[in-house]
Design a protein around this ligand. Structure first.
Ligand SMILES: N[C@@H]1[C@@H](O)[C@H](O)[C@@H](COP(=O)(O)O)O[C@@H]1O
Length: 286
């Protein structure tokens, strides 16, 4: 796992936006072989989305051959509700870039058969050849997507009851009316995220500092579901200075030293991929 530290959320968004841009351009997607990208909602990815929009407008990036799968969606919230994740994604990203809407996949929390919806989502990801890069955010309790504390680390896309902490945290989007926050969501599982070839997680702000430290300085456990990223060979967390507040100085120093050799390792990864060597033969980047 790698940890990249930047000054503030804007710099984090620029780093991740450029990173995703490079990955998509290196992949050279075509209609027959699209780049499959997993995406999150929340306030943390907004600077990344702003930067991706800028790159598209500058002609440096295209989403024409990108297929997206969102992490989660509330159950029972109308699709056109201002706080549905469907509305969020079109407002913050999809309406401003060149992605064909048919290539956008977002779980539907309003169907009768919610379990069927989740199974079909997993099947569609599989049919697309799996997710190339999953971008994620975390909650203050360390949840990734809506995999609340206590979620199985082997979980797949399913219905999830939201933790009270998450309902409280998300009330800010519902005029601070706790009763208005949906109680349930559909979410990809921890294993769905870990199945991706690469996982990039954005963590900004001091309120996420404890979760970050629990996820990277302690063992893998189901109470801080981001900690499962330790099991992934190609995990990257990009944070701002505020989010490092609970980390040990030696942890910060260690990851900063890794960043220094990052470019060399990425060049090696690209070379081996070009030669057709599988990732698991390459090993992790740290
Ligand atoms: N389901 C989403 C998560 O995917 C997201 O990571 C989290 C953090 O949101 P924010 O970035 O606004 O703190 O919010 C919700 O719980």
């Amino acid at each position: 796992m790698r940890l990249i530290i930047r000054e503030d959320p804007t710099a984090v968004g620029e780093y991740i936006g450029n990173y995703i841009c490079k990955r998509i351009n290196d992949f050279a997607p075509t209609p027959e072989r699209p780049f499959v990208l997993g995406l999150p909602t929340g306030s943390s990815p907004i600077p990344t989305y702003k930067h991706l929009i800028k790159l598209v407008k500058e002609g440096k990036l295209s989403f024409k051959n990108v297929v997206t799968f969102n992490m989660d969606e509330y159950v029972g919230l109308p699709r056109d509700h201002p706080e549905s994740y469907h509305t969020f994604m079109f407002r913050e990203l999809f309406s401003h870039i060149d992605i064909p809407p048919a290539q956008v996949n977002i779980l539907n929390g309003n169907v009768k058969n919610l379990i069927g919806e989740c199974k079909a989502y997993e099947a569609k990801i599989k049919a697309m050849g799996g997710i190339e890069l999953f971008l994620g955010g975390i909650g203050e309790d360390g949840h990734i997507a809506f995999n609340e504390p206590g979620s199985s680390l082997a979980s797949r896309t399913r219905i999830k009851t939201l933790a009270y902490d998450t309902i409280l945290a998300n009330a800010r989007f519902f005029n601070n009316d706790i009763a208005a926050v949906p109680r349930m969501a559909l979410t990809v599982g921890v294993a769905t995220v870990l199945d991706s070839r690469e996982v990039v997680v954005v963590v900004t702000g001091q309120r996420k500092a404890l979760a970050l430290s629990q996820a990277i300085e302690h063992g893998v456990n189901h109470l801080w579901t981001l900690s499962a990223l330790q099991l992934h060979p190609w995990g990257l967390i990009v944070v701002d200075e505020d989010a490092t507040a609970e980390l040990h100085v030696k942890t910060v120093k260690y990851f900063k030293s890794i960043e220094r050799v990052q470019d060399e390792v990425e060049a090696m990864h690209a070379k081996l991929q070009a030669e057709g060597v599988e990732d698991d033969q390459v090993g992790s980047m740290d």
